[in-house]
Every structure is written in C-alpha cells, then in structure tokens.
Design a protein around this ligand. Structure first.
Ligand code: OFO
Length: 163
C-alpha cells in the first residue's frame, strides 16, 4: 500500500501537471492566434507531454492501491505579453515544477517509500531535459532578436526533433 502522505503529495502533483498542460495549451492557442503556427505546434506538443505526465501520476497512485483524485484546475491566462516573455514564463514554471518533484523525492526518503523514490527518478531526469530545452529556445530567441520571428517560428520544431 502507498503511504498516506505520499498519496497526498502525488495527488497534489496531478493538479500541477494538469495545470501545466492547460497553461501550455493556453499559450498554444494565443500564439496560434498571433500567427505563430510553428511555436503553437511546439506548445501543443508540450501540453500533450504534460498530460502524459499527469497520467503517469494517476496510474502510479492507482497501481499502488491508492485513490487518484482528479481535481479542478485553475484557469490559465488568456493573453501573454510577448513570445520572449512567454518562454521566460515557461522556464519559470518548469523550475517551479522541478522544485515540486524534488519535494516528492525528499518525502519518499523521509517515509522510506523506496518504490516511489525509484519511480520518481524518471521525472528528476525529465525536468533536467525540460529546463534545458526551454533554455535553448530562450537562447535562440535572444540570438535571433524580435525581428527574426519568422525564422524562429519556422525552425522551432527542429529544436524539438533534435531533443
Ligand atoms: Fe514540464 O514537467 Fe511535467 O513534470
């Protein structure tokens, strides 16, 4: 059986991963409306990954004999200031998620829950990759500057393909 404290923190993470998915969906529809279909495609794919992360938590809690609770999600923003600022927001959000994954690692150790400790390592690695891929996007945006958004929008998916 899954320890109660672990079940609780994993359930909280369902909400965080689901919100991440909705946040990136909101960013995707905004960028698409602004005419950046390449960036929108990247964000739609990222939203899908976050939903997959959420499902990993749902499935793990269920497999361990716990009860995965599907929560209400806070409404994400509708508009974003600029493409640059939006990707900064993505990076900040991913850093926040990394912190929450680290909290789960710490609690698993404290509770001697080695199954959860082992399982959550996938997310530890995933967060390193996610932060690094968003940082790469921010670096490219800085390099190209606002005037070259056409090129950035055209090429962003190739950054994803090379991950
Ligand atoms: Fe973007 O991260 Fe989920 O975990």
């Amino acid at each position: 059986m899954i320890p109660k404290k672990i079940e609780k923190i994993l359930n909280e993470q369902i909400e965080k991963e689901g919100y991440s998915s909705n946040l990136y969906l909101a960013m995707a529809t905004w960028t698409d409306k602004e005419g950046y279909s390449g960036i929108a495609k990247w964000l739609f794919a990222h939203a899908e990954e976050e939903r997959m992360h959420m499902m990993k938590f749902v499935n793990f809690i269920t497999e361990r004999g716990g009860h995965a609770i599907i929560p209400a999600f806070e409404k994400p923003p509708i508009e974003f200031e600029s493409i640059n600022k939006m990707f900064q927001q993505v990076l900040e959000h991913e850093k926040y998620i990394t912190g929450t994954i680290n909290d789960i690692v710490a609690l698993a150790i404290q509770e001697n829950d080695f199954a959860t400790h082992n399982w959550i390592q996938w997310f530890v690695t995933e967060q390193i990759e996610e932060e690094s891929s968003v940082q790469t996007i921010i670096d490219k945006l800085t390099m190209l500057g606002e005037k070259n958004m056409y090129i950035f929008d055209r090429d962003i998916m190739s950054l994803r393909d090379s991950e």
